[in-house]
Design a protein around this ligand. Structure first.
Ligand code: NAI
Length: 301
């Protein structure tokens, strides 16, 4: 098997100045991609900005012999997102790969969450993923080629205390990914999601020092590297990844309980074990496929 390379491919990586985004950008550039490295350079909570984060990773890529351009716009700003896509087109003439990775945290228990805590997290993660992808979309469609990787989180997939804003945004990204994968399929645009576990400033206070050392961002970058390659054919998938572990995550629907007529709340109660049972669960790949499953199961009544 040949090596995976991205020669002549142009990649936009958001939040590329640190942590996971930096690892993604370095890997893509090392294997021939021309990289637009975006980073707003703000704090972990999304305050302030600085050009140094994006500039530092670009300097690192260039020092290693790669090609990269810095962009310091915010993904939360639709016009900024359009500018980063335009930078790829103006400088490198095309855009093939988008890695939506930029992120912030405003952890706080729900009762204490301010409107600003909600909006700030939703606007960077969910709106940001949308703004960048939407700006790139017509160019990917016109080229008949695209590889998009979005970044979700276990906190969105499974929930976590103090992260209602973050969890909502991250699960929103899964919905965006799956619906967009359906739309992109006919144009050879693959859209997948990673749910990482990695050492970064977002996790330095939640991981033990032992785990922090083991969860190097490079482990996540390897998966992203495959997902954005020509060789990947999967789309609409979600992968949990970290420290050498990689696994697909799925949304499953059980065989359920089936009632021939409108069941009373008591019959629902009495069937709740069956309703909760995931034995023989299926994995619909779209909303219509889920409806097909329901219709098929209705026949079992
Ligand atoms: P990080 O804080 O090291 O990197 C995030 C980068 O995004 C920073 O350089 C930051 O300046 C940039 N950024 C923030 N807001 C931005 C904006 N509006 N526009 C452009 N850039 C912006 O954090 P890390 O861990 O590398 O996070 C990367 C992604 O992975 C995030 O989406 C995060 O939610 C996600 N994630 C990380 C996990 C982990 O274990 N590290 C776990 C689950 C998800």
């Amino acid at each position: 098997m040949s090596d995976i390379r991205y020669d002549d491919r142009v990649a936009l990586v958001t939040g590329a100045g640190a942590g996971l985004g930096r690892a993604h950008a370095l890997l893509l550039a090392e294997r021939g991609a021309l990289v637009v490295a975006n980073d707003l350079g703000g704090s972990r909570a999304g305050e302030g900005s600085s050009t140094s984060a994006a500039e530092a990773v670009v300097a690192e890529i260039r020092a290693a012999g790669g090609t990269a351009l810095a962009n310091t716009d915010s993904v939360a700003d639709a016009e900024g997102a359009a500018r980063m896509v335009q930078a790829a087109l103006d400088t490198f003439g095309r855009l093939d790969i988008v890695v939506n990775n930029a992120g912030i945290l405003r952890d706080v228990s729900y009762g204490k969450m301010s409107a600003r805590d909600w909006e700030a997290v939703l606007s960077v993660h969910l709106d940001g993923t949308h703004h960048v992808t939407h700006a790139a979309w017509p160019h990917l469609r016109a080229a008949g080629y695209g590889r998009i990787v979005n970044t979700t989180s276990a906190s969105g997939l499974y929930g976590n205390f103090g992260q209602v804003n973050y969890g909502a945004a991250k699960m929103g990204i899964v919905g965006l990914t799956r619906a967009l994968a359906v739309e992109g399929a006919s144009k050879n645009i693959l859209v997948n999601c990673v749910a990482p576990a990695a050492a970064s400033r977002l996790t330095e206070d939640t991981l033990t020092p032992e785990l922090f050392d083991r969860l190097r961002p490079e482990y996540v970058a390897s998966l992203v590297g495959y997902l954005v390659s020509d060789e990947c054919t999967d789309t609409g998938r979600v992968y949990a990844v970290g420290g050498g572990y990689v696994s697909r995550v799925a949304v499953l629907e059980g065989q359920g309980a089936v009632f021939a007529d409108v069941p009373s709340p008591e019959r629902i109660r009495d069937s709740f074990d069956v309703i909760n049972d995931l034995e023989g669960a299926v994995e619909p790949l779209s909303g219509p496929e889920s409806v097909d499953h329901i219709v098929k199961r209705m026949g079992a009544a």
